[in-house]
Structures are given as C-alpha cells and as structure tokens.
Design a protein around this ligand. Structure first.
Ligand code: BV8
Ligand code: ZN
Length: 258
C-alpha cells in the first residue's frame, strides 16, 4: 500500500528532492554515525572526534580516522539505493540530491551534482590558510583497526592539512546550505532516506519542505523524529525499497547491478 501511495506522489511530481544520511551507505558497508566506532577509535564517539577541538588536541588521531574512513569508502561500491536515486533523474522533470554524507557513493552511482551539506572526504584543505590540498597517495593499507597518521603540511603556509568536512560547531558551506534551502522550499516531493534527522541545521531541510507544502516520503527501517511529518513512511532498507519504489512508479527493467 505505502509503495503505491509513494508512487502516486512521485508520478505527478515536478521537482523532487532526495535528502540522504548515513543509512543509504550502510548496505555498501560504510558505518553510520549510530554505529559504535571500531579499532583505535572505539573509545571515542563520532560526535566528539568530528570537532575542531579533537583535531587541535590530537591531529594524528583525527587525520588517521578520516584517512581510514576514506580508504574504507574507496574499497566499497554504491548500492541499489544510490543507483535508484541516480536513475530518478531519467523520470522526473527536476531532481535535487542533497546529502549529509561525506562519501562519494552518490557520484559513483551516477548522480551528477549532489549537494554535500557536510563536506567530503575527498577535498582536504589547509587548516590555516584554507587553500585546497592534494589527496595523499594511499601508499600503504591502513591496519583494520586504523592508526594515527600525521596530517600532511600545506605547500603554501606549512599549516596542517585537515579533512574537507564540516565538524560539529562549524558552519555549513554557505552555497550548499542556500541551494538546499531553495530546493526544499520549492519542491513538491521530498524523499528523506537513511537519516535520523538529529543533526542541525541539515535536519531542518525535510521540515522546511513539509512546511512549504511538499509531500514527504521517508525511507528508514527505524522510527525517527521525522515520522510525524512523513506523508508516506516506508519502513525498510534503502537498497531494497528505493529500487522497488522506482519500478512501482515507472515499471521497467530492474536496476543493473552496481
Ligand atoms: C553548527 C561531517 C554553528 C563530519 C557531520 C539545534 C538543535 C540542537 C543542536 C544544534 C542545533 N543547531 C546546531 C546544533 C549543534 C550541532 C547538532 O546538530 N548537534 C546534534 C547532534 C544535536 N550542529 C552543528 O554543530 C553544525 N554546526 O551548528 O555550527 C555555527 C553556525 C554559524 C557559524 C559558526 C558555527 C554542524 C553539524 C555537521 C557535523 N558534521 N558530518 C564527519 O562525517 O565526520 S554530521 C554527521 O552526523 C553526518 O553528516 C550526519 O549529518 C550526522 C549523522 O546523521 P545521519 O546521517 O542521519 O546518520 P545516523 O547514523 O544518525 O542515522 C542513520 C539512520 O539511517 C538511522 O535512522 C537508521 O535507522 C538508518 N538506517 C540504517 N540502515 C539503513 C538506514 N536507512 C535506510 N536503509 C538502511 N539500510
Ligand atoms: Zn596553508
């Protein structure tokens, strides 16, 4: 029932926004923020490590953590959830993909220009002069449990290079946030996938869409604070439900394997 209700909404949509969180990459093998950290970082929680303070106190620990996450993302592949999102562009007049994820799985699945509200693992910059820095060549495999890695030095000012992500307490990239707010307030359907909706201001995006009259479709195996504003709730895994939603809305050949 819910799938066909969601399909009806998508069929008549002019502008669809897809808003994703860590859950859409879970079935590719990328840990979500809810999952406990492992190895060297197991005694920390992600929210305390993903801060400018943690980087100032122990840059090798934090840089090591991001290098470990970058290597993990490079070793996994987009799943059917990412593919279905990319395929949506063939069916709807206007599609905007907005993600909180710092991985590049949307791009690798074929989504041209997803808006990264919280930055990317692939855009390091100098922590002092903010100039972009090259991605370090992955010389040696990180041990499974990870290790401390001293951050590279900036070629211009010799400052420490930091990951190009938004840490807690830091402002979101202005353009990304502005374009996300614009899309959310003008879309007629917003699909929120794999997010707990707890981190702000990103979590405001689905709420803004609902306040602007858009229908909200939620895909998540667990209940979230977004449940009350969901027009249709699809309780289940993204890599299963998104392809099913696509073929229910636009019957056709199944998605090819990622
Ligand atoms: C700021 C990059 C100020 C780094 C990240 C208002 C109220 C309360 C608090 C605040 C507020 N405003 C600001 C705050 C503080 C803070 C905040 O929101 N704290 C929260 C925790 C209470 N916000 C900030 O600090 C922001 N900055 O406010 O700056 C400022 C302003 C101007 C000038 C100067 C300063 C910055 C926040 C961004 C932090 N960076 N990421 C990195 O990745 O290392 S946030 C990071 O965590 C992710 O990007 C994401 O946003 C969040 C994790 O959430 P989700 O993606 O939803 O993932 P989660 O693991 O939580 O849940 C996974 C979900 O998937 C679950 O629901 C699960 O059921 C589901 N799932 C699992 N498997 C599947 C699935 N779904 C589908 N299929 C499956 N198979
Ligand atoms: Zn510099």
């Amino acid at each position: 029932m819910a799938l066909s209700d969601a399909a009806k909404l998508l069929q008549k949509a002019r502008h669809v926004v897809v808003f994703t969180g860590a859950g859409i990459s879970a079935e590719s093998g990328v840990a979500t923020f809810r999952d406990a950290l492992t190895g060297l970082w197991s005694r920390f929680d992600a929210q305390s490590l993903a801060t400018p303070q943690a980087f100032a106190e122990d840059p090798d620990l934090v840089w090591g953590w991001y290098e470990w996450r970058r290597q993990q993302v490079q070793q996994v592949r987009p799943n059917h959830g990412h593919l279905a999102v990319a395929r949506l562009k063939d069916h709807v007049p206007q599609l905007t993909v907005i993600t909180q994820n710092v991985d590049d799985l949307h791009e690798r699945a074929g989504s041209d220009t997803p808006t990264h509200l919280h930055g990317s693992l692939f855009a390091p910059r100098c922590a002092a002069c903010s100039r972009p820095a090259p991605l370090p060549a992955t010389t040696e495999e990180q041990p499974a449990g990870g290790r401390r890695v001293p951050p590279p030095r900036c070629a211009h000012c010799a400052g420490p290079v930091r990951p190009g992500v938004v840490w807690f307490g830091e402002a979101l990239p202005e353009q990304a946030l502005e374009s996300a707010v614009r899309a959310a307030s003008s879309c007629d359907v917003l699909l929120t996938v794999g997010t707990s909706g707890l981190v702000y201001p990103a979590a405001e995006i689905p709420r803004l869409a609902a306040r602007s009259g858009a229908a909200v479709i939620q895909v998540n195996p667990q209940p979230t604070p977004l449940d009350p504003l969901a027009t249709v709730n699809l309780p289940g895994p993204a890599a299963e439900l998104l392809p099913a939603l696509l073929t229910t809305t636009w019957p056709g050949p199944p998605l090819s394997t990622p």
